[in-house]
Design a protein around this ligand. Structure first.
Ligand code: GTP
Ligand code: MG
Length: 168
């Protein structure tokens, strides 16, 4: 089982993975390129790819190293307070989804940094803005926070249960 964590820079991909790795205290710098890690959820080993969200880095290995072929699902991370780049984030997601070339993998959208009641973007707004109804694969939005842990396991468990029921 292999998950790709992807999304704009600063969305919180590395922090979410660090939370899942139970390694919460490290200082986290912006990622460069791609990092592979392994997380253990209820004795299930899950490989995860942590992509840098910076410009060109964001999608470079996908085609070149054939990563798409090895993937089971996409975890797309959005900063729930980054209203200004919401459109850019949507375009980025659809570039990735189109890049799947018809292999419509399960998609989990993590609306990260949602620990605050004053959060700018709500799941329902994200669904409409990202036009997720157009996606042919199964998808789900989960409001979450790498700071408090809110929603992270709910989202990941959804992915795992879908992959197990699909026997992917
Ligand atoms: N308030 C809040 N801040 C968060 C949360 N998750 C991450 N951050 C902060 O967001 C910043 C970016 O987090 P990263 O995990 O490095 O983001 P990234 O998506 O891996 O970014 P790149 O590697 O640059 O693509 C850091 O300063 C984190 O402390 C969250 O749930 N809530
Ligand atoms: Mg990172």
């Amino acid at each position: 089982m292999a998950l790709l964590f992807i999304g704009l820079d600063g969305a919180g991909k590395t922090c979410l993975l660090r939370w899942l790795e139970k390694d919460k205290n490290d200082r986290i710098d912006p990622s460069v390129g791609v990092r592979r890690t392994t997380i253990l959820i209820d004795k299930i080993q899950v490989n995860a790819w942590d992509m840098s969200g910076h410009g060109r880095d964001r999608s470079f290995p996908l085609g070149t190293v054939g990563l798409f072929n090895a993937l089971s699902a996409i975890v797309y991370v959005v900063d729930a307070n980054d209203m200004l780049r919401l459109g850019m984030s949507r375009d980025e997601l659809w570039t990735i989804l189109h890049g799947l070339g018809g292999n419509d993998l399960p998609l989990l959208v993590f609306l990260n940094k949602s620990e605050d009641a004053s959060v700018a973007i709500l799941p329902r707004q994200l669904e409409v803005c990202f036009n997720l109804k157009e996606y042919k694969g199964i998808w789900r939005i989960e409001a979450c926070s790498a700071l408090t842990g809110l929603g992270i396991l709910a989202g990941i468990n959804w992915v795992i249960s879908k992959l197990q029921s699909n026997k992917l």
